[in-house]
Design a protein around this ligand. Structure first.
Ligand SMILES: [Zn+2]
Length: 204
């Protein structure tokens, strides 16, 4: 409680960033060639949350950005062999320490969801933003990753009509399992309260 009886103003972060042609002003830019043009009239109202780590379960290397920019050496680790020639990307990666990387501008159609379907629409890449959390499906994510994710979703919502946040596992059930059961949707839901964004995960 505050003794003065005055309503304490909510602290707002100074607006030290802005969007520049679909690029987040504070993200580290790692431009990927792996994106296309969205269909005419596409309404970008979906955010798809993923998890990725290369090698799986190992954090902090530059392998993810190498993968998304077609520079990953398939011989560098046994687990990379199956990734040779793969052309994939996401708009954003949030590292374990909260660092934000951006690979594709918001208006670009990043290649993250693959064969997918959600609420009557196929090809979720057409109308979504893809956000990768550095992590491993089944394991947990760091506190700062939830903070950064919620902040990013709110920031994207300023410039796009986002309505719903889903997991890759929801739009490609059976084929994909990320971010997986270690993802604390309740925690993200609390952080998104009042944002108008719905979460696909069932409320607990
Ligand atoms: Zn995924």
């Amino acid at each position: 409680m505050f003794g003065s009886g005055m309503k304490v103003a909510r602290r707002h972060r100074a607006p030290t960033w802005r969007w520049n042609d679909g690029w987040h002003g504070l993200a580290r830019r790692v431009p990927s060639p792996n994106f296309g043009v969205r269909p005419a009239g596409a309404v970008i109202d979906l955010a798809v949350v993923h998890s990725i780590s290369l090698p799986p379960g190992r954090y902090g290397s530059d392998a993810i950005e190498r993968l998304f920019t077609n520079r990953l050496d398939p011989q560098a680790h046994a687990s990379f062999a199956g990734l040779a020639g793969l052309q994939v990307s996401a708009h954003f990666v949030i590292r374990r320490d909260g660092q934000l990387l951006q690979f594709v501008p918001l208006q670009g159609r990043a290649w993250h969801a693959g064969v997918s379907h959600w609420r009557g629409r196929d090809n979720c890449n057409d109308h979504s933003i893809g956000i990768e959390l550095e992590g491993l499906e089944g394991r947990t994510f760091s506190a700062v990753q939830y903070r950064r994710l919620a902040q990013l979703l709110r920031q994207v919502s300023r410039v796009l009509p986002l309505r719903e946040v889903v997991g890759h596992e929801h739009v490609a059930p059976g084929r994909k399992h990320d971010p997986g059961p270690g993802f604390d949707a309740a925690r993200l839901r609390r952080r998104l309260r009042g944002s108008g964004l719905a979460l696909a995960w069932p409320a607990r």
